[in-house]
Write a protein that binds this ligand. Structure first.
Ligand SMILES: [Zn+2]
Length: 351
């Protein structure tokens, strides 16, 4: 089995919702559930040894839904409305506390260094890294950034697909270029510089193309898109153009393959009947464009519809097997599955 350290999941969102329904998140993760994609037993079964676990603030208007495609199969879901800071901060604190409680109970290990990640993986304990997907919970003085860093935050995306005080996100739309509007705000530049200083990884998934180039201009870290795919194959605004991939390669960063079927399929439809070959062709394109050192995994488990053949974390090794069958050598699989992530985290974290 090839152990996987994965660049993006939304298990904290699911556990937060379970808690609101009266379920103990520690018990749900430790004992397993039929809900969603990730829990301890399923992660172990599928060799999902750890990953970046997102604090994500759901929209106030209810669950996010993609707009129905028109007769050509095109769709353009409008951006979600910006959120107020106050309820966002409460939710972010709740999700951080769930991450800390799981750590305290030994249900997973909340890691702050790559040495801690490697140790947890060796011990067979899920290695979680606290990530923030959209910084609605952070104030304009960046005081909350200090607090969340102290609580274990080691990675953030300035924006989700929604505008905030730090920058502008891309909508979920097909076909569409990622060049959909402005990039970082002045505060966004300050946030990126603070992340550079503090050793917090800056994630470029969900940001506009302008925002991508803004970060590239000021950040001293490798450029990372934790859960994105190739725009040349699936032209949704969330995927990366070849020009962006070239910049990621030059910075020795990485792209984590997103298992979301809307970002893998030719037609960008939300249909779980999506063959593993769609995942392989995206990996092939990323490897051809950037080399084996810049390609990794970023499942989006618990945040998106994934191919039915994978189904959940327990099915993760089916992708590894498909990559093997497609000709990837063991050394290459090791890099895709975990070593590339560990290399860029070590760099961003000043190790
Ligand atoms: Zn996302």
């Amino acid at each position: 089995m090839e152990l996987v350290f994965d660049g993006h999941n939304d298990v904290l969102l699911r556990l937060w919702r379970s808690r609101a329904n009266g379920t103990d998140p520690v018990a749900e993760f430790r004992n397993g559930t039929s809900e969603g994609h990730i829990d301890g037993p399923r992660a172990k079964a599928g060799g999902l040894a750890g990953g970046l676990c997102a604090i994500y603030i759901p929209s106030t208007g209810g669950d996010f839904v993609l707009k129905e495609p028109d007769e050509k199969g095109h769709y353009a879901t409008p951006l979600e409305a910006p959120l107020q800071r106050q309820p966002s901060l409460d939710i972010a604190l709740d999700m951080a506390s769930i991450a800390l409680r799981l750590d305290r109970a030994g249900a997973w290990r909340l890691c702050r260094s790559t040495a801690e990640i490697r140790r947890a993986m060796e011990e067979g304990i899920f290695a979680a890294v606290m990530h923030m997907e959209g910084c609605e919970a952070i104030d304009d003085d960046l005081d909350a950034l200090e607090t969340f860093h102290a609580a274990g935050l080691r990675s953030l995306g300035p924006v989700w697909s929604r505008n905030n005080i730090f920058g502008h996100g891309v909508p979920f739309a097909f076909p569409m270029s990622p060049d959909t509007g402005p990039g970082l705000t002045d505060l966004g530049f300050e946030l990126v510089k603070a992340c550079n200083r503090m050793g917090i990884l800056v994630d470029l998934a969900h940001i506009t193309e302008k925002g991508f180039w803004d970060v590239a201009k000021v950040s001293d870290q490798p450029l990372i898109a934790s859960h994105s795919n190739a725009h040349a194959l699936t032209p949704v605004a969330r995927n990366l153009t070849d020009k962006q991939l070239d910049a990621i390669r030059e910075s020795r960063g990485l792209v984590g393959l997103n298992y979301a079927v809307t970002m893998l399929r030719d037609d960008a439809r939300d249909d779980a009947k999506t063959p593993l070959s769609d995942m392989i062709r995206h990996i092939d394109h990323l490897v051809n464009r950037m080399g084996i050192d810049c390609v990794a995994l970023g499942s989006d488990f618990d945040g998106a519809t994934v191919p039915a053949d994978i189904a959940d974390a327990a099915g993760n090794q089916k992708l590894v097997a498909a990559l093997k069958a497609a000709g990837y050598a063991d050394e290459e699989l090791k890099k895709i599955c975990r070593e590339n992530w560990l290399r860029v985290l070590a760099s961003a974290w000043h190790e």
